[in-house]
Design a protein around this ligand. Structure first.
Ligand SMILES: [Fe+2]
Length: 295
């Protein structure tokens, strides 16, 4: 998710979602559930804003474990998905780690149509027990991370504006499904997500929570590893953006050091200039797993 807004929309955490207006603004305009920045690509598109509100409403009315209603995507939005896949498919073959590619095959997306969360859940739940649940409003890091302990990934359902198919200023359904949905269809990556949630549940101090959020960022979101000598991605922020994967070659690649990652600041509004890289998938999995269990 390469981002170029002036305002750091994702400033706080791996996945804080700035999609709900504050209660005062909502009272001023009852139809405006979703707030877009004036420089958001969809700001002037009434139809897009209306759809964003409809999709936010699905999440607001949603009760955990109920079937998730389908989002009303337009043909134009399915075309956005198609355009993204045209860029992502070759980038995945070049830059994605084997574990991700195996999960991607298990989910077998239609490159012409945005999958509904309901459909993705059927497959992901059968593999790892994880399910995606729609959220409409800002999710605090603690809420987002603690839900992982229960096998729940809080998930946006809208797609980015069609005028910028390869760019989104906020995590959209492409990042959620192509990034997180696919990695949660890997038993080992799903387990690490769960362990993050459990570690957060044992954490009370804000400073410790911030450290865990940074570890999540540099592993689950932007983690890299070596496979047959090549740099490969297992992080969802890389795997859901052809641009981010292309930029990996210019990043400063540091050996995976989880303590160092926990102290490393990051700027979510640019391509990531620093990546922590494990020697192999197995090395990443065992190191991170032990670290989170000991947390
Ligand atoms: Fe994410």
């Amino acid at each position: 998710m390469a981002v170029k807004t002036k305002q750091p929309l994702l400033s706080d955490h791996v996945d804080a979602r700035p999609v709900a207006v504050d209660p005062d603004e909502a009272a001023a305009d009852r139809n405006a559930i979703v707030q877009l920045d004036p420089d958001h690509p969809g700001f002037r598109d009434r139809g897009y804003r209306k759809r964003r509100n409809q999709i936010a409403e699905i999440a607001m009315k949603y009760h955990p474990r109920d079937p998730i209603p389908d989002a009303p995507y337009t043909p134009e939005e399915h075309q956005v998905w198609k355009t993204i896949w045209t860029a992502l498919a070759p980038a995945h073959q070049k830059h994605a780690c084997a574990e991700y590619l195996a999960s991607l095959r298990r989910l077998s997306f239609d490159p012409d149509r945005i999958p509904q969360l309901r459909e993705v859940n059927e497959k992901v739940q059968a593999i790892s027990g994880f399910r995606l649940e729609p959220v409409a409003g800002l999710v605090q890091p603690r809420v987002f991370l603690e839900n992982l302990a229960n096998g729940v990934f809080l998930c946006t359902q809208y797609i980015r504006h069609h005028s910028t198919p390869l760019y989104t200023p906020e995590p959209d359904v492409v990042h959620e499904i192509v990034g997180h949905g696919v990695t949660l269809a890997s038993e080992r990556l799903a387990e690490l997500n769960r362990l993050f949630g459990e570690a957060v549940k044992r954490t009370t101090a804000q400073d410790a929570l911030d450290r865990l959020s940074r570890i999540y960022w540099f592993t689950i979101e932007f983690g890299a590893l070596r496979e047959n000598g090549s740099l490969k991605a297992y992080g969802t922020g890389l795997l859901s953006s052809a641009g981010e994967m292309e930029e990996m070659r210019d990043a400063e690649v540091r050996p995976l050091d989880i303590d160092a990652a926990s102290r490393q600041e990051y700027d979510p509004t640019h391509f990531q200039p620093i990546l922590f890289c494990a020697e192999s998938f197995e090395a990443m999995y065992s190191t991170l797993r032990a670290y989170l269990i000991d947390w």
